[in-house]
Ligand binder design. Structure first.
Ligand code: G4P
Length: 527
């Protein structure tokens, strides 16, 4: 029973450059899963262009992002958990952290735009962690790049090894349907009207006599030639290679028109991994272990400013998580019980009695958790791989209302635990510096400090190019002592009291690295 539940789970994230169709694809997957009844039910969580200073927009986005953090549904007896990843680049760190909780990903690419910047960054993280990936090339109803050129681009720019499992018949105005290499059948649009491509007719295979009539001899010959080329150029699909992150199957379709999505979903439930083992600092944790272990990958502040409680999202790695059972909060070494753990479904959240590996539970929290914390049945386990990244925007943060110093400190503390930004304290004068991955976070912090904590802050510019964590090869090393003395002005501590070097330019970073070869400079907080 326990093992069956684990084998049923498919927990994954969809990543893409903004506008490639992530929201549309998510919605279509939910429609096929019967989790929603109509299109338009999943709101886009993207911040609209030009709205960067519109606080209502930020709040609206926060509200939606809590609602769409996890979208669960059942399909063909599998429990699918889609973890939402923000597309906006200023929230890239949220996406990186969410990727620590997925067992596989689907990468959406726009057929006309090809591989874009944000896709490159996100895929790189997945590739480094050997996360199994499926590529979905979207918007085939529009004119775009040739299928083979696109697959070349995916291989070159993303460093992947692909093999198509579906292939488009035509493109743009001539897009007629999909040949399913995986199931060896053909789906054609039923309706000539390009606006209504909801339903499809299926042909058993390419020799089906009716098919030639339907798409014409020319299109059929082209398809046959293309499939011959596919067979010659790309390796046959091999599930083991896919699971090892060595081979990425490619699907083509149009999420907006429901085309190619069911093919993707049917194959996904067959091949995508059930919950995987996860490496903790102490040992590897197997999902089938009886004892519970999980970690916090996301914290969301409650939308109601009158209640300062938060929702901590926990990925269950092993064992079962049960309501009202005491679990060990490893960092605080204290037992906690949760009376109302939330499970998330497409249009609702509900209190859940028991959750299994692969599932995500949302726990109400009054400030106990921070990102990366682990919760277990009793064992001291710390999960690796939830690093902070070198921020790229820096400002001094000052208290703008001396009567509210306590509120300000508490607010900053909690927002940092949520992972909104990073706080550094300068060694020289104890001034506080906020470092963020995107410029938008400064507005978010100021707004939320005021509305949720009743505190006011102001910012002051600070010329820092990059923050990097520094470490001595050997603590007694004289070179390290000299580095600390000479560079004192540029040194700070992060919230974990780790030493950080704030380089004011790329040049000075490079010079410092050259001058102190025995000092190690790290670009993420985990090393
Ligand atoms: P994102 O979450 O990756 O940012 O993308 P999203 O799904 O919001 O899609 C971005 C735009 O692309 C939307 O249009 C959406 O309708 C369109 N789109 C998605 N899939 C397809 C497809 O298969 N074919 C075509 N032609 N368009 C597609 P929009 O005009 O920006 O928004 P909306 O007003 O339609 O919501």
């Amino acid at each position: 029973m326990f093992l069956d539940e684990i084998a049923k789970r498919r927990t994954f994230g969809i990543i893409s450059h903004p506008d490639a169709g992530k929201t549309t694809l998510t919605e279509k997957l939910l429609l096929f899963g019967g989790a929603i009844q109509e299109a338009g039910a999943v709101k886009s969580n993207k911040i609209k262009k030009g709205a960067t200073s519109d606080f209502m927009e930020i709040e609206r986005q926060r509200g939606i992002s809590v609602a769409t953090s996890v979208l669960a549904f059942y399909y063909k007896d599998k429990k699918i958990n889609i973890l939402d990843t923000p597309g906006h680049k200023d929230f890239a760190e949220d996406t990186f952290r969410t990727l620590t909780a997925v067992d596989s990903v689907i990468v959406v690419i726009d057929v006309a735009k090809g591989v874009e910047e944000q896709t490159e960054k996100l895929v790189e993280v997945c590739r480094m962690r050997s996360i199994p990936m499926i590529v979905f090339i979207n918007k085939l109803d529009r004119e775009g790049k040739d299928a083979f050129d696109l697959m070349d681009e995916v291989e070159q720019k993303l460093g992947l090894h692909v093999t198509p499992l579906t292939f488009p018949i035509g493109m743009g105005y001539d897009f007629q349907g999909i040949y399913n290499i995986w199931e060896k059948n053909v789906q054609l649009f039923q309706d000539e009207n390009k606006q209504q491509r909801g339903t499809a007719i299926q042909y058993d295979d390419l020799t089906d006599a009716a098919l030639e009539n339907a798409i014409g001899t020319k299109a059929l010959n082209t398809l046959n030639d293309e499939l011959e080329l596919v067979g010659g150029v790309y390796p046959p699909f091999n599930q083991e290679d896919y699971l090892d992150g060595k081979l990425q199957p490619v699907f083509f379709g149009s999420a907006l028109n429901n085309f190619g999505v069911q093919e993707l979903l049917n194959c996904f439930v067959d091949i995508a991994p059930a919950p995987l083992k996860k490496l903790a600092e102490e040992r590897e944790i197997d999902p089938t272990e009886k004892n519970f272990a999980g970690f916090v990958f996301k914290i969301h502040a409650n939308m109601d400013p009158n209640h300062r409680d938060r929702l901590a999202f926990i990925k269950i790695v092993s064992g079962t998580f049960e309501r009202n059972k005491p679990y060990l909060h490893v960092r605080h070494n204290k037992k906690l019980k949760f009376s109302s753990p939330n499970a998330f479904f497409a249009e609702r959240k509900e209190i859940v009695e028991i959750s299994y590996p692969g599932d995500i539970v949302g726990l109400h929290d009054t400030g106990n958790f921070k990102i990366g914390d682990s919760l277990t049945s009793g064992e001291n386990i710390s999960f690796k791989g939830i690093p902070s990244f070198s921020p790229e925007h820096f400002r001094y943060i000052n208290n703008a209302d001396p009567m509210k110093a306590k509120q300000l400190n508490k607010g900053i503390d909690q927002l940092m635990d949520e992972g909104v930004a990073q706080l550094f304290t300068l060694q020289l004068n104890n001034r506080k510096v906020i470092g963020t991955v995107g410029a938008l976070q400064f507005d978010v912090i100021q707004y939320r400090l005021e509305h949720e904590y009743g505190a006011k802050c102001s910012y002051e510019n600070l010329n820092v190019y990059k923050a990097c964590w520094v470490e001595a090869q050997d603590e007694t090393n004289e070179e390290f002592a000299e580095f600390k003395r000479v560079k004192q002005r540029f040194l700070a501590k992060d919230k974990q009291q780790q030493l950080v070097f704030l380089a004011d330019s790329a040049f000075s970073l490079q010079m410092t690295q050259q001058k102190y070869p025995s000092v190690k400079f790290h670009f993420s907080s985990e090393f």
